[in-house]
Design a binder for this molecule. Structure first.
Ligand SMILES: C[S@@+](CC[C@H](N)C(=O)[O-])C[C@H]1O[C@@H](n2cnc3c(N)ncnc32)[C@H](O)[C@@H]1O
Length: 233
């Protein structure tokens, strides 16, 4: 699965970063409202890509570290970090983070769990590297608890992007958090209508794959995102 991730995101890194730039101000406003940082945190963005979450947090915390496995995305992130002296990026695996126990006050991951074969490891790593009393932010697409509906959603997403593993349900998410001793502070679900052509373009989905994805796309496709803010006792 990591090969599929490298291939898909390596090929589309520039496009992803440009899309991120267009939405950066809106994301920052939403993240700050949901997380309400104190200003003194050392923060982690796990599976940072081109740094969307890292840059949203940067003006509101002391320091941010982003980690990702795709060098092309990190290159885009580092270009943008030139104007953010408190942000650095390192290459690494979200399921085996290269950080010590309790290294961060605030840790987050956005849109990464559904690209990982073992999302439970991403969550357990976040719970490990956050300090007791620290906070964990998870934002990801969620699937219906109905296995048939979830199966259809995941089939479409995999046709669009072979690095998609599966979207978890809200219940799966909450079970994972509880299993890692994390306490839910705040949650919301946000519906995001996806313009199909733009969404396929963003993944570089072309040719026969594009036709298959089009055929499998749910009518009026709207992604549902779960936002969760947790604390580590
Ligand atoms: C949809 S992108 C989201 C990127 C970014 N978090 C954002 O909000 O724009 C998914 C990201 O997960 C990263 N990723 C997937 N598996 C990973 C792993 N095992 N370790 C680190 N990053 C991973 C991909 O490289 C990609 O950057």
């Amino acid at each position: 699965m990591q090969d599929a991730t490298q291939e898909r995101f390596g090929r589309t890194a520039e496009r992803i970063a440009a899309h991120q730039d267009e939405r950066a101000a809106e994301l920052e406003e939403k993240i700050v409202r949901f997380v309400d940082p104190s200003g003194d945190e050392r923060a982690l963005d796990s599976g940072c890509g081109a740094g969307a979450l890292a840059f949203a947090l940067a003006p509101h915390v002391r320091e941010v570290v982003g980690v990702d496995i795709v060098p092309e995305l990190l290159e885009q992130a580092r270009k943008r970090a030139e104007t953010f002296p408190n942000v650095t990026f390192v290459e690494g695996d979200a399921t085996k983070l290269p950080f010590e126990l309790g290294s961060f006050d605030l840790v987050g991951t956005r849109a990464t769990l559904h690209h990982v074969a073992r999302p439970e490891l991403v969550v357990s790593e976040l719970a490990r590297v956050v300090v007791p009393g620290g906070r964990v932010l998870v934002i990801d697409q969620i699937a219906s608890v109905d296995p048939l509906a979830a199966g259809e959603l995941n089939a479409f997403e995999r046709s669009r992007d072979p690095s998609h593993t599966r979207a978890l349900s809200d219940v799966d998410m909450r079970t994972l958090f509880e299993a890692n001793g994390l306490v839910l502070e705040r949650a919301q679900t946000v519906s995001e209508p996806r313009h199909l052509d733009a969404y396929l373009d963003l993944a570089g989905c072309e040719g026969d794959e594009r036709e298959r994805a089009r055929a499998e796309a749910p009518a009026n496709y709207t992604a549902v995102l779960g936002w969760y803010l947790l604390s580590k006792p």
